[in-house]
Write a protein that binds this ligand. Structure first.
Ligand code: B12
Ligand code: SF4
Ligand code: SF4
Length: 392
């Protein structure tokens, strides 16, 4: 057993902590102070003030805590930030964006193809936290994603990497494919120094974004981001953005995948290996999932979080963008779905695939105002000529 914390020099605790974190499977560990991200907190307020968080009202709710970790838990003295890679196995060979060229299939972003990272990272954070308390005392709180904590600025302040122009954390040792987890502790640990920005003149991530979601480098308007539109947004996807989504049915990887620092990416934790059928599922197959089948297929995966309705909404958008006449019947069948969100997007898909006669034949009165409006707009579009080509 090590000596208790009071007698243990800070540097020795840090060395032991780093060793234990790596032994538990984290790829990187760094430490900062709770009061290190005042500038990021101010930018968060500006971002929310501009409405760039869209309908993510939870970003507003506890904004004081999110902007100031020292207010979230005043007793905390140090923040430990950890990185867990989920690098796609083919990063150094095939292109993780290759599925975008297969319009009859759906693209589920790499981070959601394996087990739900919230569960995996949290379990490991708790193990590390327990170890820290047992060996060196103090109290801890662990966070991954869901708490009001700005994980990226904390990670940047701790020197784990820098927030790239796509706003995510990039590391010279890991590239872009990694999750973050955070442990607050009442222990005084030696902090690390912040990292320099190594984006330089590169703007690959900005230029590839299919929806032009970056109003400026280092700034994201979530309302245009496909990750927001396909995961966070609960209602209908704005009509003007649907064609730009292509076949991305859960999240988006484009801005991460093009980052040149990925040449240093390291292998993913085994928990994130893609599950059977998660890499490039057929849209027709997904469209046939009822609630029970959806739950069974995505049990333990992050995809389950959206629920069947939102997921099928995304599948219908991808079908509408497929340009595949073979999927017309699938869209038509979904215009009779019990969920109005699915029905409305199925109508849109049908308007993109069917000719005017078939569209008219499928039309029916719908008690839901949104779906009724989709029929009206769809008829206007299908009557005015062939659909514009997909933005995929
Ligand atoms: C809300 C959220 C989203 C939203 C908004 C994303 C965003 N960029 O904020 C949506 C739903 C769009 C989203 C998408 C994704 N997310 Co997300 N998300 C979050 C969450 C919960 C909060 C992020 C936040 O605080 N945003 C608010 C804005 C204001 O913060 P910010 O990006 O840090 O803003 C900074 C810049 O704008 C900068 N800035 C502004 N102006 C200027 C000007 C200059 C000159 C400079 C230098 C900087 C600058 O300062 C701000 C403060 O630092 C975090 C988890 C967490 N609790 O932290 C995960 C998190 C950021 N997401 C993550 C992931 C993996 C993703 C996706 C890759 C998933 C996917 N494949 O679809 C995409 C990536 C999209 C992208 N390009 O950001 C990971 C990122 C890991 C990493 N390596 O960084 C996190 C950390 C979750 C985790 N625990 O691992 N996400
Ligand atoms: S995740 Fe996709 S849509 Fe969102 S900012 Fe990156 S490239 Fe654009
Ligand atoms: S793609 Fe280029 S600009 Fe974007 S984060 Fe990576 S290095 Fe920075």
């Amino acid at each position: 057993m090590n000596a208790p914390s009071k007698q243990t020099p800070r540097a020795a605790i840090r060395a032991a902590l780093d060793k234990q974190a790596r032994a538990l499977g984290f790829a990187e560990i760094a430490v900062t102070r709770p009061d290190a991200i005042a500038a990021a907190g101010a930018r968060l307020r500006q971002w929310v003030g501009q409405g760039r968080h869209g309908e993510m009202a939870w970003m507003e709710r506890r904004i004081d805590w999110r902007a100031s970790p020292e207010g979230l838990w005043p007793e905390a003295r140090s923040v430990i930030v950890l990185a867990e890679p989920y690098t796609p196995a083919d990063t150094l060979g095939a292109d993780p964006l290759a599925v975008l060229g297969q319009p009859e299939r759906g693209a589920i972003s790499v981070y959601a193809q394996g087990r739900d990272y919230h569960e995996v990272v949290k379990k490991r954070l708790k193990r590390l936290g327990r170890w820290l308390i047992e060996r060196h005392g103090g109290e801890i709180k662990v966070f991954v994603d869901t708490a009001p904590v700005m994980e990226k600025p904390l990670a940047e302040a701790a020197g784990l990497g820098w927030q790239g122009k796509h706003t995510n954390l990039v590391s010279r040792r890991l590239g872009s494919w990694f999750f973050l987890g955070v442990i607050f502790t009442t222990l005084e640990l030696t902090p690390d120094r912040p990292h320099d920005d190594h984006c330089g003149a590169c703007r690959r991530c900005l230029d590839i974004c299919p929806t032009a979601a970056f109003p400026a480098p280092y700034q994201l308007d979530a309302r245009r981001c496909i990750s927001y539109l396909t995961i966070e947004l609960k209602g209908p996807i704005p009509r003007e953005l649907r064609p730009l989504i292509g076949n991305r049915i859960f999240g988006c990887d484009d801005c991460l995948a093009v980052c040149p620092w990925n040449k240093f990416a390291v292998a993913a934790n085994a928990a994130y290996a893609p599950r059977e059928g998660a890499e490039a599922p057929l849209l027709a197959e997904l469209a046939g999932l009822d609630d029970a089948a959806f739950r069974a297929r995505f049990a333990g995966s992050g995809v389950k979080r959206t629920g069947r309705g939102r997921f099928l909404r995304n599948v219908m958008v991808a079908i509408g963008n497929s340009g595949d006449p073979g999927l017309t019947g699938v869209a038509e069948a979904a215009t009779r779905d019990a969920d109005p969100l699915v029905r409305g997007h199925a109508v849109w898909a049908l308007s993109r695939l069917a000719g005017v006669a078939r569209f008219r034949a499928a039309m029916r009165a719908d008690p839901d105002l949104f779906v009724a409006e989709e029929w009206r707009l769809g008829l206007a579009e299908v009557s005015s000529g062939p659909p514009p080509s997909s933005g995929a």
